[in-house]
Every structure is written in C-alpha cells, then in structure tokens.
Design a protein around this ligand. Structure first.
Ligand code: ACO
Length: 309
C-alpha cells in the first residue's frame, strides 16, 4: 500500500493518524489551521479572566481564578505542541497571532464587565467549549485527540466553578441576582456563535468531517449546547435571553432564536468590541517576555554543553 492508500485505510477504519504517517497536504493544513486557532484562543482567552484576578471578591476566589487562567495557558501549550508535530514551528504561529494574521475564537473579543461575568464565562463559554471539544477527543489526528482528553477534564472543572459563581450570586441579594442575569444576557448569544457559522455557511465542515477531525456539524453541536443550558438555567432560577428556544420533536433538535451573524463577521474581521485591545496586550506580553525566552534558551544551551562534555 502506498501512503495515500494507508491514510485512507486509517480514516475508513476510524483509526488514528500519527505524526510520521503519510498524510495529504490538505489534511495537514486543516489540522494546523484548527489546532493553532484553538491554541491562540486558549492564550488570548486568558485575558478577560486574567483582568479580574486582582478584583476577585475573596482570597479563595482569587486562587481558583488564578488556577483556571493558568490551566488555559497549559491548554495553549499542549495545543501548540500538537500543531508542531505537523511541522509548523511555534514561533511562526505566535508571529502570525501577534501580527493579526491568525484567527482565535470570536468569544474572547467581548469585554468582561462584572464579577458575574466570571460565572457566565465559566458556565457558558467553557460549557460551549466542552460541547465542541469532547467529540474532538476522537479526532483522527493522534496528538490532537490526546491533548483534548486532558483539556476536556480541566474544562469540566472550569464550567462547574462558573456555574457555582452564578448560583451563589443568584441566591444572593436582588442586586447580585440582577448582576448574574445581566452577565448571562450578554454572554448567551456570543457563546452560541463559538460553534461557528451555520452549516450551510461553513466552508470547512464537510471535508473536516470526512477526515474524522470534526465529528458533528456546527449547528448540531450548537443545538446540543442549547438543550444543555436550557435545563441548567432553571437550577439557577435565572433565564436565557431567548424566548424562541424550543425542542423540535420532528428533528430531535433544540432550536434557538436568530443570531446576529453580521456581528459575528465583524468580530472575525477584527472589528469586535475588544479585538485591538486583546492583540495589543498579547503583543506587549510577548515583548515583555523576550528575556524569559532568551534566558531559557541560554540555559538549554548550557545544559547541552554540559551533557556533551
Ligand atoms: N471564532 C473565530 N473564528 C471562527 C469561529 C469562531 N467562533 N467559528 C468559525 N470560525 C472561522 C473558522 O476558523 C473558519 O476560518 P478560516 O477558514 O479562515 O480558518 C471560518 O470561520 C469558517 O468556519 P468553519 O468552516 O465552520 O470552520 P471550522 O470547520 O474550522 O469550524 C470550529 C470552526 C467549530 C471553531 C472548529 O475550528 C473547532 O472546533 N475548533 C476547535 C475548538 C476551538 O478552537 N475552540 C476555541 C474556543 S474554546 C476555548 O478556547 C475555551
């Protein structure tokens, strides 16, 4: 069997493709695109919550939030490593990000305005991330699927801590309950857009699904997520800002009201509420971190020299 036949046999058997296996250029490119975008999302995603660490209402909340933001950094690193196994160096991915040439998730271009947003981000944003990412644990590319297993475990904890923040606020004073509701109202639609454009406007889905990278379409996953949160919001005693949500027994899917896809396109074009702030912060952090990279490289050189001697 030649490389192409071997690859096709692996995909047909729903088995894993590993870094040294032959793969079509399109498969490699699709993976680098998706995995690097995912890694960038984790790294940029540290910002909305990182901005709240010093304002968390107690020492315990600060410690939890700090650990969560550190987890996001770790997720970014596993994912950059997975993308590197496909032959694209991490430096190049970082350069593309800070030059504004790479995509990262639309969701992180929205501002986190109150403490309740930490709850809404954990519950809705990490909840949407889990819904999207659990099927990615079975992605055909081995290093990606394996990285996702660990990431999903940590995301589950993140979602619970977000839900718990909202639950405590929802059981608090009227002002606290209102703050929780306001955060849900603002994060609901952007979290639904995380799943990507509607299926008939998703150019990459068909091929990604044929290659067993994506297992479900954008709309299928979005509908599952709506079904999940529509139940959970009742436990909070709060509401979702979407009176059109309903279960369609004929299709077996949850349906939601219309989403503003023009807003989504604007965010993707770099014109969302926080795009320029997020990129400027990332660029600044990269420049400020230059001495750490230099020191680490010098240390590695010295270690190598000692081993050789
Ligand atoms: N934010 C930014 N860009 C998006 C988003 C989004 N929410 N959804 C889709 N896009 C982009 C795609 O990257 C693609 O752009 P490109 O072709 O220039 O790369 C374009 O819109 C068209 O979309 P699709 O054809 O549907 O793209 P794809 O098949 O890659 O599906 C999806 C998009 C669902 C986001 C997929 O890439 C995916 O599952 N990625 C892994 C999960 C991930 O990245 N999560 C990040 C946020 S979660 C977190 O970090 C906590």
């Amino acid at each position: 069997m030649d490389g192409q036949e071997q690859f096709e046999a692996l995909i047909a058997a729903d088995a894993r493709v590993e870094p040294r296996d032959w793969m079509p250029e399109g498969y490699r490119k699709t993976l680098v695109r998706q995995i690097s975008q995912h890694a960038h999302s984790e790294i940029i995603g540290m910002q909305p919550e990182g901005n709240w660490i010093s304002r968390a209402p107690s020492l315990k909340r600060k410690a939890i939030l700090m650990a969560k933001v550190q987890d996001e950094a770790g997720h970014g690193l596993y994912l950059y490593s997975a993308a590197e196994t496909l032959g694209t160096p991490r430096d190049r991915m970082t350069e593309d990000l800070i030059a504004g040439k790479a995509r990262y998730s639309s969701i992180f271009n929205y501002p986190a305005l109150s403490w309740a947003d930490m709850g809404a981000i954990g519950w809705l944003v990490d909840g949407a991330a889990i819904c999207n990412q659990v099927p990615l644990c079975r992605a055909s590319y081995g290093p990606y699927g394996r990285a996702m297993v660990r990431i999903c475990k940590e995301e589950s904890f993140h979602q619970r801590q977000g839900f718990e923040i909202l639950l405590e606020l929802a059981r608090g004073t009227d002002a606290q309950k209102e703050m929780a509701q306001d955060a849900i109202n603002r994060w609901y639609a952007p979290s639904l857009m995380m799943f990507g454009p509607p299926d008939d406007d998703s150019p990459n889905s068909r091929q990604s699904m044929a290659w067993n990278i994506k297992r479900f379409s954008n709309d299928e996953l979005r509908s599952r997520f709506v079904g999940m949160i529509v139940e959970q919001v009742q436990v909070l005693g709060l509401t979702l800002p979407d009176p059109a949500i309903r279960f369609n027994a004929e299709t077996g899917r949850w349906e939601h009201g219309p989403l503003d896809w023009e807003e989504f396109r604007e965010v993707l074009a770099g014109r969302g509420p926080c795009n320029s702030q997020r990129l400027a912060r990332r660029r600044e952090a990269h420049e400020e971190g230059a001495w750490v990279r230099e020191a680490a490289a010098a240390y590695a050189r010295r270690q190598n020299a000692t081993e050789v001697a």
